[in-house]
Write a new protein. Sequence first.
Length: 248
Amino acid sequence: MRKPIIAGNWKMHKSIKEGVAFVEAIKPDVANTDVEVLICAPYTLLQNMVEAAKGSNIKIGAQNMHFEDKGAFTGEVTADMLLEIGVTHVIIGHSERRQYYGETDQTVNLKTKKALAKGLVPVVCVGETLEQREAGETKDVCKTQIVNAFEGIDAKDVPTIVVAYEPIWAIGTGKTASSQDANDVIAYIREVLKDLYTDAVSEEVRIQYGGSVKPANVEEIMNESDIDGALVGGASLLEADFVQLVNF
Ligand SMILES: O=C[C@H](O)COP(=O)(O)O
């Protein structure tokens, strides 16, 4: 049985004060959920949010990391640096990183391997553009991204990885893939993982949907057979909405 995971991706939003207040405010309201609760915040907030979340079921994640252990990489952060402050998860290969910061399938693979080696849970993002969807390439694009992301990753480590399927055209646009469409692509991603590994391994991997998830549509999305959670941008910034998402 896969434990659902509802994750907020705050992107470039909130101050330390706001992040800590958010965690303090939602703590009691998410305490009894059966889902894993994760907030991926900007680097500057992480340490304070980890402190604020202590003793609760809220986990704190980063939105990126480098694949090297150290070096002349101005502006970058290592897995060890995240672990040192108590971060447990890291988003890897978000479409905004791929689009604006030169993230490639290869760097996604290197980062995923490094996160696993260090004991961080990678949340690996895949998804197609509108152009690719309209050209009927959604499954091919996702397959290529998954095959490349998992290249050289041992079967024993695969169930640790969380995959997030985010159709790029649905991010921040108010457009969501229909829950059936999203489930169809996610079931296909699971098939790809089955071909790469085994049925048993692929059945253990949690695959989230992301793209304009909000309280009004989360239940329908989560009721689909293969969708194991949501990676939420905009709606995760509001305490009341995030609490509703977690308690869908
Ligand atoms: O990582 C989260 C996604 O990019 C979705 O963002 P959104 O919920 O604002 O559409």
